[in-house]
Ligand binder design. Structure first.
Ligand code: ARG
Length: 388
């Protein structure tokens, strides 16, 4: 029987067992899925929309980080939750015979984009910031030796110091000079800096204390350490967890030949292992919990600056269509039950993403007017910096 099915599959002749008719050719060929009726077709279409949404979901945030040269708006813990979940999800897709090849495609797709995003966050949060700080510190050292600081008029605050370092000042250095030399006389904090009470002269102003996605913020001392920048630690406190699969629905109406060594399955031959279920629940817990650091970061900062809401809009659509694709394929309780961890995860993530989008609207448009001095000034400087 299996040999016969394999032969049929090889010749691209797949049949719906129930309805005894050929599957949709291209879907069968490229996605190894069999669509027998309209609801299967809708299910597949929803699955495709979900796949496309996941493919693009993180791109807006990557662009925002690139533009602001910072990742202060997005929680690293949230992204790490995704990465760890995705890796186990990927492993689960490869090991679990009940998953479809499309699940594997989706998992590969979003694991890749998430890894790119995390690498970018680490780059801006650690390397870029360290280099920038080192650059600024050495500039300040030379500056302090060569040109003693003079009191600045408030109107001078944005003007770079000509020839101060013996090399052409970059825009980054302009910000630095503005903040280090004359912030005491200016009410405008430097780009992405926290406005703090100024203890003494200009050299006592803390720079580079970015609004960070760090969830364990460590206060930056007011005095800049000229030689060694103090790295801000981040916590990556998720425990080890495993996850299996998500993406397209498990149910198949006809024969499926899986990837590599995966088994040939039939409608009634789909296996749901207890381990797969257990891992599915653990995956769901991590994915759902992963949104909390982001929500908390937004509350803690009282701002959503640097966060791109489209990441959550796409994730929301991806999860809604994902749920639709499962439910449209089958409403049999046994199948819904087997998919429960993935369904529940997607539904809860939709609610949490909706909450984050509302948070965005609130902080961006309503909280703006009543924000504190610090917040207003920060936004002004931020927007000003973006315009330059
Ligand atoms: N890296 C990813 N985008 N992974 C997909 C996570 C899917 C999960 N339902 C969530 O919304 O969190």
């Amino acid at each position: 029987m299996n040999v016969l099915m394999l032969l049929r599959q090889k010749n691209s002749i797949a049949y719906c067992v129930k309805e005894n008719k050929a599957c949709v050719g291209w879907v069968n060929r490229y996605f190894k899925d069999c669509l027998c009726n309209l609801s299967d077709e809708f299910s597949f279409a929803f699955g495709l929309v979900s796949l496309v949404c996941w493919a693009v979901a993180e791109i807006p945030q990557i662009i925002t980080n690139f533009r602001t040269k910072s990742s202060h708006g997005v929680s690293l813990l949230f992204l790490l939750g995704w990465v760890v979940g995705d890796i186990f999800n990927l492993a689960g897709c490869l090991l679990e015979p009940a998953t479809l090849p499309t699940q594997l495609y989706t998992a590969v797709l979003y694991t890749t984009t998430t890894i790119i995003l995390v690498l970018q966050v680490l780059y801006y949060d650690y390397f870029y910031r360290c280099w920038k700080r080192r650059d600024d510190d050495s500039s300040q050292e030379v500056e302090e030796v060569k040109k003693p600081l003079r009191p600045q008029k408030p109107t001078d605050s944005g003007i770079p110091i000509p020839g101060g370092t013996g090399r052409s000042p970059s825009r980054r250095m302009d910000f630095y000079f503005m903040s280090a030399r004359s912030l005491a006389g200016s009410s405008t904090p430097p780009f992405r800096s926290n406005l703090r009470p100024i203890a003494s002269g200009p050299s006592a102003v803390g720079l580079n204390h970015d609004y960070s996605s760090d969830d364990d913020t460590v206060d930056t001392p007011l005095n800049i350490s000229v030689s060694q920048p103090k790295p801000i630690p981040r916590s990556a406190g998720y425990g080890v967890f495993l996850a299996t699969s998500s993406g397209m629905p498990h149910q198949t109406k006809a024969l499926i030949v899986g990837f590599g060594g995966r088994k040939l399955l039939q409608e009634h031959g789909t296996e749901h292992s207890a381990l797969g279920q257990c891992l599915g629940w653990m995956m769901a817990a991590v994915y759902m919990g992963g949104r909390l650091p982001q929500i908390w970061l937004n509350i803690k900062r009282g701002s959503v600056e640097g966060l791109n809401p489209f990441m959550f809009v796409f994730a929301l659509i991806a999860n809604v269509t994902y749920v639709g694709s499962i439910l449209l394929r089958s409403t049999e309780w046994t199948k819904i039950k087997a998919n429960m961890p993935w369904l529940l995860d997607a539904v809860v993530c939709v609610v949490l993403d909706l909450f984050i989008i509302l948070q965005y609207v609130y902080y961006k448009y309503f909280r703006k007017n009543s924000s504190t001095f610090n917040g207003r000034e920060y936004e002004g400087a931020y927007e000003q910096a973006n315009k330059n």
